[in-house]
Write a protein that binds this ligand. Structure first.
Ligand code: TPW
Ligand code: MG
Length: 539
């Protein structure tokens, strides 16, 4: 087997299901092997940010590796933002990049796509990946690949693999998966003791489940743990969508001033807040009604557990959850919590549409036809997603990059076969909406709800005086046909409801519903968020 075949088998063996890619001359040789070997399916898209977002969403959705394959320089550097998003939100994306051949690297000429030195790209990626390798030695390659893929899974963070173009055909041994790292059972036991003791004395313990719970495939176990402990569960803004298909005592989504008062009070008044796999970011904690003293919480993330003023340095999340489950025994009595009620029952009249109307329409649709997984962009659409029934959700809730929604939805469908619902604003659609043109080739048929307020509305809420936030009206609905889908523009609630029904009934082509929303009209959740942030910053 050659070097690239060895790499592809290893990717598959480590849980990758497909590759998203866009080639270039430095990448053509390894792309040829991807295509001809058929070891993993290859989906090409139109622009590298889309490749990175699709691979990230596939990783999040499948709880496995996502793979983003690009060319050197112009390709890889075009994907930096998407990989930074994956790094920030702990999504295990494997970046494959073509590279100059070993011989041409020292020919004395600057090579096209070279930014500063031939190593610039690797150095840039070093900052946003947890491990890197350039496969310039076929004898060492199997060990290097095993190490890098193990790092990717262990840290649940992106890694970088550069393939010099003259190395692809080199004979290479298969990759042997690295042995799992041993866990220090004494430290683990002491840590579990301490956490259980803290939860025991707490009058109102709460477990906040974060994205790492999904990344490490622990949703079922965490649901069981919280039932056995009798502790209610919330997620943060970023963790929205977690635990939806498990029997967990899930109360709702903590969003501080932007959330529902009962959830906010539960979290902020807890004397035993257990942050399990949660990214401690401002999206979750800078919007608190009452400041949460993080030193008084129990934090388990990034392979560490911190309680009060000390840290257990090396406790993998999976080992911690297993360790706790072994100790808590069986549930005493069945334990239920009040579930969050979502807006539903859209009045189908001739009124204009608000974002919260969209949430109602989607909730009604889910009640009639079952739930769909959601990919959301950044913008009011993501705040609206908080008003939609719990369902699988991929979105850049913390890193907050625009452009994620459409390619993220394609990533969901490619990896899971499930039809996704994509929520996206007009500003974000202008960035990556074109990727929908790739649906026809692959038979993907997402339903896209385009929140068109002809505006960078989120920015306007913070700086209403700036005229640059006005965007014109683009004819998005008309663009859908030539791209291989169906498009419709809706202006009233009755039209919205009809369009959704029709979209669900039409399979095989993407369905774009361009929803006209008057400027200045926000979802209830974003309105609470903006009012809350203004209140906090005025303090
Ligand atoms: C890649 C900054 C955050 S929100 C926003 C911008 C420009 C406006 C979004 O407009 P859209 O949605 O999509 O129409 P809505 O609901 O606000 O009207 N560049 C990137 N990411 C971010 N987050 C920005 C700029 C931003
Ligand atoms: Mg907008």
């Amino acid at each position: 087997m050659n070097l690239v075949e060895s790499l592809l088998h290893a990717l598959k063996e480590h849980g990758a299901r497909q590759i998203f890619g866009l080639p270039g001359d430095f990448a053509l040789p390894y792309f040829r092997i991807i295509e001809e070997s058929g070891i993993l399916p290859l989906y090409t898209l139109s622009h590298e940010p889309g490749i990175g977002f699709a691979a990230d969403a596939a990783a999040r959705m499948s709880c496995g590796l996502g793979v983003a394959a690009v060319t050197y320089g112009a390709g890889a550097l075009n994907m930096v933002n998407a990989v930074a998003a994956a790094y920030a939100e702990k999504s295990p994306v494997v970046v494959l990049s073509g590279g100059p051949g070993k011989r041409e690297s020292n020919c004395g000429l600057l090579l096209h796509h070279q930014a500063k030195t031939l190593d610039s790209q690797l150095e840039i990626y070093r900052e946003i990946t947890c491990d890197q390798v350039r496969l310039d030695d076929a004898a060492r390659a199997p060990t290097d690949i095993a190490r890098v893929l193990a790092s990717c899974l262990r840290h649940s963070e992106p890694v970088y693999i550069e393939i010099p173009r003259d190395m692809v055909q080199e004979p290479c041994e298969p990759v042997v998966r690295a042995a799992p790292r041993p866990v220090d059972t004494d430290a683990l036991e002491a840590c579990v003791d301490e956490i259980l003791a803290r939860l025991e004395v707490a009058k109102s313990p709460v477990l906040m489940a974060g994205v790492e719970v999904r990344r490490y495939g622990l949703e079922e176990k965490v649901a069981e743990l919280s039932r056995h402990l009798g502790v209610p569960v919330v997620t943060g803004f970023m963790g929205r969508g977690l635990l939806t298909d498990c029997d967990a005592p899930l109360v709702g989504t903590y969003m501080g001033v932007a959330g529902l008062p009962e959830v906010t009070q539960l979290v902020e008044n807890s004397d035993g807040l257990f942050l399990l796999g949660e990214i401690i970011s401002d999206t979750n904690f800078a919007v608190s009604e009452k400041r949460i003293d993080l030193r008084k919480t129990i934090q388990a993330h990034n392979g560490r557990v911190t309680l009060g003023y000390h840290t257990y340095a090396d406790i993998p999340l999976a080992a911690l959850v297993d360790g706790m489950l072994q100790r808590v025994g069986k549930a005493q009595a069945s334990f239920t919590v009040a579930k969050q009620i979502y807006p539903k029952g859209l009045i189908c009249d001739d009124e204009t549409i608000t974002p919260t109307d969209i949430a109602k329409a989607v909730n009604d649709l889910f009640a009639r036809h079952g739930r769909l997984p959601i990919a959301s962009d950044m913008g009011d659409c993501l705040f609206t997603a908080m008003e939609i029934e719990q369902t699988a959700l991929v979105a850049p809730g913390y890193y907050a990059t625009m452009g994620y929604g459409v390619p993220g939805g394609l990533g969901i469908q490619a990896t899971s076969g499930q039809r996704p619902l994509i929520l996206v604003g007009d500003g974000a659609f202008q960035m990556t909406g074109w990727e929908l043109g790739n649906c026809r080739r692959y038979g993907w048929d997402p339903i896209v709800l385009l929140f068109n307020n002809a505006s960078w509305e989120m920015l306007r809420t913070f700086q209403p005086e700036s005229g640059f936030n006005d965007l014109g009206h683009w004819g998005f609905a008309e663009m859908a046909g030539p791209l291989g889908g169906d498009g419709v523009r809706v202006k009233t609630r009755a039209e919205l409801q009809l369009a959704l029904e029709k979209a669900v009934a039409t399979r095989g082509r993407f369905q774009l519903i361009e929803i006209a929303i008057p400027r200045g009209v926000l979802s209830d959740t974003l309105a609470r968020f903006v009012a809350g942030v203004k209140r906090i910053s005025a303090k």
